[in-house]
Design a protein around this ligand. Structure first.
Ligand SMILES: Nc1ncnc2c1ncn2[C@@H]1O[C@H](COP(=O)(O)OP(=O)(O)O)[C@@H](O)[C@H]1O
Ligand SMILES: [Mg+2]
Length: 223
């Protein structure tokens, strides 16, 4: 990790466009040349982030995703600033726009169906992406999907078990606007998801019934 001085950190923020910001400061920047800079705050004094910084996890997950042929960003470099305590990752964006932006104002059965296939393939590959929601899925110009914001994932050498898949559907539908967009073409989503899924027949039947019953998406509060 490159060392970033306080002055360099402040200069970086001043010279970039701020894409995301919260009460603790800037979270995502865009440089003039299109490079995106993600800024991680170490949240608690004693946290696993001290031993294994989010920026490292992020880079590790990017590598794993590439190895599994899932489109994601191209990491350029990582850095650390002591004051304020921040880890930074510079990367080339995934070309395209977020699925949430794509679905704004128009519902697209093709897109929702393709999403089912994409999520089905992630689960088959043993990828549990806990931040899976429509703001972290990029739709490319060719209609293919990619992932961003990949600090929080788990990889397993086998395809995901039934319970992990169910949990991930709750992650995916954390935001009301995503649920509304998905709900319009729910059956298409489930159909294409199941077509991309292999699991023991009993589990498959159980999952299929659970997905089609759709209480997971109609909930009013995130769980
Ligand atoms: N790789 C990327 N490709 C395209 N847009 C990106 C990329 N990374 C970030 N962005 C833009 O930045 C925004 C937030 O990035 P993200 O990493 O999801 O941060 P946050 O922690 O705020 O969710 C996205 O909504 C998107 O508009
Ligand atoms: Mg995000």
């Amino acid at each position: 990790m490159e060392k970033i001085t306080s002055q360099e950190f402040q200069r970086l923020i001043r010279s970039c466009q701020v894409l995301e910001k919260d009460g603790h400061g800037e979270k995502v920047l865009r440089r003039h040349d299109g490079i995106i800079i993600k800024i991680f705050r170490r949240k608690r004094l004693l946290s696993s982030a001290l031993l294994y910084p989010y920026a490292r996890r992020f880079v590790h997950n990017v590598d794993k995703l590439r190895a599994l042929s899932v489109p994601t960003m191209q990491v350029v470099k990582t850095g650390h600033c002591k004051n304020p305590q921040r880890d930074l990752v510079w990367y080339q964006p995934v070309p395209g726009q977020t699925l949430r932006a794509c679905l704004q104002g128009e519902t697209s059965p093709q897109l929702i169906s393709a999403l089912g296939t994409f999520v089905g393939k992630l689960h088959q590959k043993g990828i549990l992406f806990r931040s899976l929601h429509f703001g972290n899925i990029i739709v490319g110009e060719n209609g293919g999907f990619g992932l961003i914001d990949v600090a929080d994932m788990r990889f397993s050498s086998r395809s995901l078990a039934l319970s992990a898949r169910q949990r991930n559907f709750f992650h995916m539908t954390r935001y009301h606007e995503d649920r509304v967009a998905l709900n319009d073409h729910m059956e298409k989503f489930v159909q294409s998801y199941l077509a991309a899924t292999t699991m023991p027949i009993r589990d498959l039947e159980q999952l299929s019934a659970w997905l089609l019953e759709a209480s997971w998406i109609r909930r009013e509060e995130p769980s």
